[in-house]
Design a protein around this ligand. Structure first.
Ligand SMILES: NC(=O)c1ccc[n+]([C@@H]2O[C@H](COP(=O)([O-])OP(=O)(O)OC[C@H]3O[C@@H](n4cnc5c(N)ncnc54)[C@H](O)[C@@H]3O)[C@@H](O)[C@H]2O)c1
Length: 316
Protein backbone atom coordinates (compact mmCIF):
# COMPACT_ATOMS: atom_id res chain seq x y z
CA UNK A 1 0.00 0.00 0.00
CA UNK A 2 1.41 3.44 -0.90
CA UNK A 3 1.76 6.06 1.86
CA UNK A 4 -1.13 8.53 2.00
CA UNK A 5 -0.96 12.34 2.02
CA UNK A 6 -4.02 14.47 2.72
CA UNK A 7 -3.60 17.92 1.16
CA UNK A 8 -6.16 20.59 2.03
CA UNK A 9 -6.25 23.48 -0.43
CA UNK A 10 -4.71 21.17 -3.03
CA UNK A 11 -6.54 22.84 -5.94
CA UNK A 12 -4.79 26.15 -5.25
CA UNK A 13 -1.59 27.58 -6.64
CA UNK A 14 1.00 25.95 -4.33
CA UNK A 15 -1.24 23.03 -3.31
CA UNK A 16 -1.68 21.74 -6.88
CA UNK A 17 2.11 21.51 -7.39
CA UNK A 18 2.35 19.76 -4.04
CA UNK A 19 -0.31 17.21 -5.08
CA UNK A 20 1.72 16.49 -8.24
CA UNK A 21 4.92 16.14 -6.22
CA UNK A 22 3.46 13.70 -3.68
CA UNK A 23 1.93 11.58 -6.47
CA UNK A 24 5.30 11.59 -8.28
CA UNK A 25 6.97 10.42 -5.04
CA UNK A 26 4.64 7.39 -4.93
CA UNK A 27 2.01 8.69 -2.48
CA UNK A 28 -1.72 8.26 -2.66
CA UNK A 29 -3.02 11.83 -2.44
CA UNK A 30 -6.38 12.96 -1.10
CA UNK A 31 -7.02 16.59 -1.99
CA UNK A 32 -9.79 18.42 -0.12
CA UNK A 33 -10.78 21.78 -1.55
CA UNK A 34 -13.93 23.92 -1.69
CA UNK A 35 -12.64 25.92 -4.70
CA UNK A 36 -13.19 29.28 -3.03
CA UNK A 37 -9.95 30.46 -4.66
CA UNK A 38 -8.69 27.20 -6.23
CA UNK A 39 -9.41 25.90 -9.72
CA UNK A 40 -9.97 22.44 -11.15
CA UNK A 41 -7.75 23.24 -14.14
CA UNK A 42 -4.76 23.35 -11.76
CA UNK A 43 -5.26 19.59 -11.32
CA UNK A 44 -5.61 18.69 -15.01
CA UNK A 45 -2.39 16.64 -14.99
CA UNK A 46 -3.82 14.43 -12.22
CA UNK A 47 -7.30 13.90 -13.70
CA UNK A 48 -6.60 10.30 -14.77
CA UNK A 49 -4.22 9.45 -11.93
CA UNK A 50 -5.56 6.46 -9.91
CA UNK A 51 -3.56 7.50 -6.82
CA UNK A 52 -5.16 10.96 -6.78
CA UNK A 53 -8.57 11.62 -5.17
CA UNK A 54 -10.30 14.99 -5.21
CA UNK A 55 -12.93 15.82 -2.60
CA UNK A 56 -14.89 19.02 -3.10
CA UNK A 57 -15.53 20.04 0.48
CA UNK A 58 -15.15 22.89 2.98
CA UNK A 59 -12.62 21.72 5.58
CA UNK A 60 -14.52 23.74 8.21
CA UNK A 61 -17.37 21.21 7.87
CA UNK A 62 -15.13 18.33 8.98
CA UNK A 63 -12.78 16.01 7.14
CA UNK A 64 -13.49 12.28 6.88
CA UNK A 65 -10.98 9.76 5.61
CA UNK A 66 -11.34 5.97 5.68
CA UNK A 67 -8.05 4.19 6.22
CA UNK A 68 -4.60 5.42 7.01
CA UNK A 69 -3.14 8.87 6.52
CA UNK A 70 0.61 9.40 6.89
CA UNK A 71 0.93 13.14 6.31
CA UNK A 72 -1.59 15.99 6.54
CA UNK A 73 -0.58 19.16 4.69
CA UNK A 74 -2.95 21.98 5.60
CA UNK A 75 -2.83 24.64 2.91
CA UNK A 76 -6.52 25.56 2.70
CA UNK A 77 -6.94 29.32 3.12
CA UNK A 78 -7.45 32.32 0.90
CA UNK A 79 -3.90 33.64 0.59
CA UNK A 80 -3.70 36.87 -1.37
CA UNK A 81 -4.67 40.13 0.38
CA UNK A 82 -7.36 40.70 -2.25
CA UNK A 83 -8.84 37.26 -1.52
CA UNK A 84 -8.75 37.38 2.26
CA UNK A 85 -10.18 40.90 2.34
CA UNK A 86 -13.00 39.67 0.08
CA UNK A 87 -13.54 36.58 2.31
CA UNK A 88 -12.65 37.81 5.83
CA UNK A 89 -14.90 35.45 7.80
CA UNK A 90 -14.14 32.43 5.59
CA UNK A 91 -10.43 33.14 6.12
CA UNK A 92 -10.77 33.21 9.90
CA UNK A 93 -12.96 30.10 9.84
CA UNK A 94 -10.56 28.04 7.74
CA UNK A 95 -7.64 29.24 9.88
CA UNK A 96 -9.44 28.17 13.06
CA UNK A 97 -12.12 25.45 12.52
CA UNK A 98 -10.36 24.22 9.38
CA UNK A 99 -7.00 23.91 11.13
CA UNK A 100 -8.62 22.13 14.10
CA UNK A 101 -10.31 19.62 11.77
CA UNK A 102 -7.05 18.98 9.92
CA UNK A 103 -5.20 18.55 13.22
CA UNK A 104 -7.84 16.11 14.48
CA UNK A 105 -7.27 13.92 11.43
CA UNK A 106 -3.51 13.99 12.09
CA UNK A 107 -4.12 13.12 15.74
CA UNK A 108 -6.58 10.29 14.96
CA UNK A 109 -4.41 8.76 12.25
CA UNK A 110 -1.02 9.34 13.93
CA UNK A 111 0.01 11.40 10.90
CA UNK A 112 2.60 14.14 10.55
CA UNK A 113 0.98 17.58 10.36
CA UNK A 114 2.33 20.42 8.23
CA UNK A 115 0.77 23.87 8.54
CA UNK A 116 1.17 26.34 5.68
CA UNK A 117 1.65 29.47 7.76
CA UNK A 118 2.91 32.76 6.44
CA UNK A 119 5.45 35.55 6.77
CA UNK A 120 2.42 37.69 7.62
CA UNK A 121 2.61 36.35 11.19
CA UNK A 122 5.47 38.87 11.49
CA UNK A 123 3.08 41.72 10.53
CA UNK A 124 5.00 44.91 9.72
CA UNK A 125 8.35 43.67 11.10
CA UNK A 126 10.62 45.90 13.14
CA UNK A 127 13.65 43.75 12.30
CA UNK A 128 15.04 42.47 9.01
CA UNK A 129 15.62 39.75 8.01
CA UNK A 130 13.09 37.99 10.21
CA UNK A 131 14.28 34.89 12.08
CA UNK A 132 11.72 32.40 13.44
CA UNK A 133 12.41 33.69 16.98
CA UNK A 134 10.97 37.13 16.09
CA UNK A 135 7.44 37.37 17.52
CA UNK A 136 6.13 39.90 15.04
CA UNK A 137 4.43 43.27 14.97
CA UNK A 138 0.80 42.57 14.08
CA UNK A 139 -2.16 44.92 14.35
CA UNK A 140 -4.92 42.63 15.71
CA UNK A 141 -7.74 44.98 14.68
CA UNK A 142 -6.42 46.08 11.27
CA UNK A 143 -7.93 44.79 8.01
CA UNK A 144 -5.11 42.25 7.46
CA UNK A 145 -5.71 40.73 10.90
CA UNK A 146 -8.27 38.30 9.44
CA UNK A 147 -5.35 36.50 7.82
CA UNK A 148 -2.43 37.29 10.20
CA UNK A 149 -4.32 36.36 13.32
CA UNK A 150 -5.96 33.29 11.79
CA UNK A 151 -2.50 31.99 10.89
CA UNK A 152 -1.15 32.91 14.33
CA UNK A 153 -4.04 30.97 15.88
CA UNK A 154 -3.20 28.08 13.52
CA UNK A 155 0.40 28.09 14.75
CA UNK A 156 -0.70 28.24 18.40
CA UNK A 157 -3.20 25.38 18.11
CA UNK A 158 -0.76 23.26 16.09
CA UNK A 159 1.85 23.79 18.82
CA UNK A 160 -0.73 22.80 21.44
CA UNK A 161 -1.58 19.58 19.54
CA UNK A 162 2.10 18.78 19.55
CA UNK A 163 2.54 19.63 23.22
CA UNK A 164 -0.58 17.91 24.58
CA UNK A 165 -1.31 15.15 22.03
CA UNK A 166 2.20 14.53 20.72
CA UNK A 167 1.26 15.22 17.09
CA UNK A 168 4.39 15.66 14.96
CA UNK A 169 4.09 19.26 13.72
CA UNK A 170 5.98 21.28 11.13
CA UNK A 171 5.08 24.93 10.67
CA UNK A 172 6.15 26.48 7.36
CA UNK A 173 6.22 30.28 7.43
CA UNK A 174 5.93 30.82 3.71
CA UNK A 175 7.16 34.10 2.20
CA UNK A 176 5.97 35.49 -1.16
CA UNK A 177 5.90 32.69 -3.69
CA UNK A 178 5.16 33.06 -7.39
CA UNK A 179 4.89 31.01 -10.55
CA UNK A 180 2.47 29.59 -13.11
CA UNK A 181 -1.11 28.87 -11.90
CA UNK A 182 -1.41 32.11 -9.95
CA UNK A 183 -4.63 33.84 -10.93
CA UNK A 184 -4.05 36.95 -13.07
CA UNK A 185 -6.52 38.88 -10.90
CA UNK A 186 -5.46 37.64 -7.45
CA UNK A 187 -4.08 41.08 -6.60
CA UNK A 188 -0.56 39.93 -5.71
CA UNK A 189 2.26 42.02 -7.09
CA UNK A 190 3.74 39.59 -9.62
CA UNK A 191 0.46 38.68 -11.42
CA UNK A 192 -0.55 42.36 -11.28
CA UNK A 193 2.74 43.51 -12.84
CA UNK A 194 2.86 40.78 -15.50
CA UNK A 195 -0.75 41.18 -16.64
CA UNK A 196 -0.42 44.98 -16.81
CA UNK A 197 2.85 44.71 -18.72
CA UNK A 198 1.54 42.15 -21.22
CA UNK A 199 -1.44 44.43 -21.88
CA UNK A 200 1.01 47.35 -22.31
CA UNK A 201 -0.48 49.19 -19.33
CA UNK A 202 1.56 50.94 -16.59
CA UNK A 203 2.54 48.59 -13.74
CA UNK A 204 0.63 49.52 -10.52
CA UNK A 205 3.15 50.35 -7.75
CA UNK A 206 1.82 50.96 -4.23
CA UNK A 207 3.44 53.81 -2.30
CA UNK A 208 6.84 54.91 -3.59
CA UNK A 209 7.85 51.35 -4.51
CA UNK A 210 10.80 51.36 -2.12
CA UNK A 211 9.17 48.73 0.13
CA UNK A 212 10.93 45.42 -0.31
CA UNK A 213 9.74 41.89 -0.91
CA UNK A 214 11.54 38.61 -1.49
CA UNK A 215 10.15 36.29 -4.14
CA UNK A 216 10.49 32.51 -4.17
CA UNK A 217 9.77 30.47 -7.28
CA UNK A 218 7.09 27.80 -6.70
CA UNK A 219 9.40 24.92 -7.69
CA UNK A 220 11.80 25.91 -4.90
CA UNK A 221 8.91 26.24 -2.44
CA UNK A 222 7.49 22.80 -3.28
CA UNK A 223 10.94 21.26 -2.77
CA UNK A 224 11.15 22.93 0.65
CA UNK A 225 7.65 21.79 1.67
CA UNK A 226 8.39 18.24 0.51
CA UNK A 227 11.61 18.17 2.58
CA UNK A 228 9.85 19.68 5.60
CA UNK A 229 6.95 17.20 5.45
CA UNK A 230 9.27 14.21 5.20
CA UNK A 231 12.08 15.29 7.57
CA UNK A 232 12.72 13.70 10.96
CA UNK A 233 11.92 16.69 13.17
CA UNK A 234 9.10 16.15 15.66
CA UNK A 235 8.35 19.87 15.98
CA UNK A 236 9.76 22.76 14.00
CA UNK A 237 8.93 26.24 12.77
CA UNK A 238 10.75 27.16 9.59
CA UNK A 239 10.85 30.24 7.37
CA UNK A 240 10.64 29.27 3.71
CA UNK A 241 11.32 31.88 1.09
CA UNK A 242 13.97 33.56 -0.96
CA UNK A 243 16.25 35.80 1.11
CA UNK A 244 17.09 37.97 -1.89
CA UNK A 245 15.33 41.19 -1.02
CA UNK A 246 14.20 43.50 -3.77
CA UNK A 247 12.42 46.90 -3.82
CA UNK A 248 9.05 46.66 -5.60
CA UNK A 249 10.20 49.30 -8.07
CA UNK A 250 13.14 47.10 -9.07
CA UNK A 251 10.78 44.17 -9.57
CA UNK A 252 8.75 46.36 -11.95
CA UNK A 253 11.92 46.85 -14.00
CA UNK A 254 12.76 43.12 -14.08
CA UNK A 255 9.20 42.20 -15.14
CA UNK A 256 9.39 44.70 -18.00
CA UNK A 257 12.77 43.28 -19.04
CA UNK A 258 11.44 39.69 -19.06
CA UNK A 259 8.26 40.68 -20.94
CA UNK A 260 10.25 42.84 -23.35
CA UNK A 261 7.57 45.55 -23.05
CA UNK A 262 8.14 48.88 -21.25
CA UNK A 263 4.87 50.62 -20.31
CA UNK A 264 6.39 52.21 -17.15
CA UNK A 265 4.79 52.38 -13.70
CA UNK A 266 1.82 54.11 -12.11
CA UNK A 267 1.96 54.99 -8.36
CA UNK A 268 -1.04 54.10 -6.16
CA UNK A 269 -1.78 54.78 -2.46
CA UNK A 270 -0.16 52.34 -0.04
CA UNK A 271 -2.72 49.94 1.53
CA UNK A 272 -3.13 50.08 5.34
CA UNK A 273 -0.56 48.06 7.33
CA UNK A 274 1.40 47.23 4.17
CA UNK A 275 4.75 45.92 5.46
CA UNK A 276 7.79 48.01 4.50
CA UNK A 277 10.22 45.12 4.45
CA UNK A 278 9.84 41.38 4.03
CA UNK A 279 12.86 39.14 3.99
CA UNK A 280 13.26 35.68 5.49
CA UNK A 281 16.21 34.52 7.52
CA UNK A 282 16.47 30.97 6.16
CA UNK A 283 19.36 29.76 8.36
CA UNK A 284 17.00 27.25 10.00
CA UNK A 285 15.69 25.85 6.67
CA UNK A 286 19.24 25.53 5.36
CA UNK A 287 20.36 23.69 8.50
CA UNK A 288 17.35 21.38 8.93
CA UNK A 289 16.37 20.74 5.33
CA UNK A 290 19.65 21.38 3.50
CA UNK A 291 17.57 23.68 1.32
CA UNK A 292 17.94 27.05 -0.25
CA UNK A 293 16.19 28.52 -3.30
CA UNK A 294 17.93 27.87 -6.59
CA UNK A 295 15.82 29.73 -9.16
CA UNK A 296 16.66 33.41 -9.75
CA UNK A 297 13.86 35.94 -10.18
CA UNK A 298 14.65 36.32 -13.90
CA UNK A 299 14.61 32.54 -14.46
CA UNK A 300 11.38 32.07 -12.48
CA UNK A 301 9.63 34.94 -14.23
CA UNK A 302 10.13 33.39 -17.70
CA UNK A 303 7.71 30.42 -17.27
CA UNK A 304 5.41 32.64 -15.19
CA UNK A 305 5.17 35.23 -17.96
CA UNK A 306 4.58 32.45 -20.55
CA UNK A 307 1.73 31.12 -18.39
CA UNK A 308 0.07 34.54 -18.17
CA UNK A 309 0.62 35.11 -21.88
CA UNK A 310 -1.31 31.88 -22.62
CA UNK A 311 -4.09 32.94 -20.21
CA UNK A 312 -4.45 36.31 -21.93
CA UNK A 313 -4.50 34.67 -25.39
CA UNK A 314 -7.22 32.22 -24.24
CA UNK A 315 -9.35 35.12 -23.00
CA UNK A 316 -9.09 37.15 -26.23
N1 LIG B 1 1.49 32.01 -2.25
C1 LIG B 1 2.14 32.63 -1.29
O1 LIG B 1 2.97 33.51 -1.58
C2 LIG B 1 1.92 32.27 0.15
C3 LIG B 1 2.63 32.99 1.13
C4 LIG B 1 2.43 32.67 2.46
C5 LIG B 1 1.58 31.66 2.82
N2 LIG B 1 0.91 30.96 1.87
C6 LIG B 1 -0.02 29.93 2.33
O2 LIG B 1 0.06 28.79 1.48
C7 LIG B 1 -1.25 28.23 1.29
C8 LIG B 1 -1.57 28.14 -0.19
O3 LIG B 1 -1.51 29.43 -0.78
P1 LIG B 1 -1.79 29.67 -2.33
O4 LIG B 1 -1.00 30.84 -2.75
O5 LIG B 1 -1.62 28.39 -3.06
O6 LIG B 1 -3.30 30.12 -2.29
P2 LIG B 1 -4.56 29.66 -3.17
O7 LIG B 1 -5.65 30.61 -2.86
O8 LIG B 1 -4.17 29.49 -4.58
O9 LIG B 1 -4.87 28.23 -2.56
C9 LIG B 1 -5.63 28.04 -1.39
C10 LIG B 1 -6.57 26.87 -1.64
O10 LIG B 1 -7.33 26.64 -0.43
C11 LIG B 1 -8.68 26.38 -0.81
N3 LIG B 1 -9.53 26.68 0.36
C12 LIG B 1 -9.68 27.87 0.98
N4 LIG B 1 -10.57 27.74 1.99
C13 LIG B 1 -10.97 26.45 2.01
C14 LIG B 1 -11.86 25.70 2.82
N5 LIG B 1 -12.54 26.27 3.83
N6 LIG B 1 -12.03 24.38 2.57
C15 LIG B 1 -11.36 23.77 1.54
N7 LIG B 1 -10.50 24.44 0.74
C16 LIG B 1 -10.31 25.75 0.97
C17 LIG B 1 -8.91 27.28 -2.00
O11 LIG B 1 -10.02 26.94 -2.79
C18 LIG B 1 -7.58 27.13 -2.75
O12 LIG B 1 -7.62 26.05 -3.64
C19 LIG B 1 -2.23 29.11 2.06
O13 LIG B 1 -2.49 28.53 3.32
C20 LIG B 1 -1.47 30.41 2.23
O14 LIG B 1 -1.88 31.09 3.40
C21 LIG B 1 1.04 31.27 0.54
Amino acid sequence: MPPVALITGGAGFIGSFLCERFVAEGYEVICVDNFITGREENLTSLADEPRFHLERRDVCDGIHVHGDVDIVLHLASPASPKDYLKYPVETMKVGSYGTLNALDIARDKGAVFLLASTSEVYGDPTMTPQPESYNGNVNPVGPRAVYDEAKRFGEAISSAYHRYFNVSVRIARIFNTYGPRMRPDDGRVIPAFITACLKNRPLPVFGDGRQTRSFCYVEDMVEALWRLATCNENFCVVNLGNPEEMPVLELAQVVQDVCGVYPGVEFKPLPKDDPKRRCPDITQATRLLKWRPRVSIKEGLKPTVSFFQRKIEQQS
